[in-house]
Design a protein. Sequence first.
Length: 94
Amino acid sequence: MAIGSSLKTSGHDIDLGLVEASALLHDISKMECIGNGRDHAAMGRELLSRHGYPLVADVVGQHGSVVVDAQRPERRLSLGLDQGEAESGVMVLH
């Protein structure tokens, strides 16, 4: 959240609630995907879209992706979610 807050403070149009929700939910389908081999980001996007959270679904669906449609800054912040976890062993709220 620190990076998102810094961006907001410096004048970027960023929805901190969307950043927080996306950070908390970005691995919502990871355990299921370990067993079935599917892409957990894509599966998380499908799940969140189905339950009426299209904006969060959009960010979750792009996290960890090498190519991101970065029209919104929340999408760019999602890139580091899995990398932060891999380095520290814990979920990092960027």
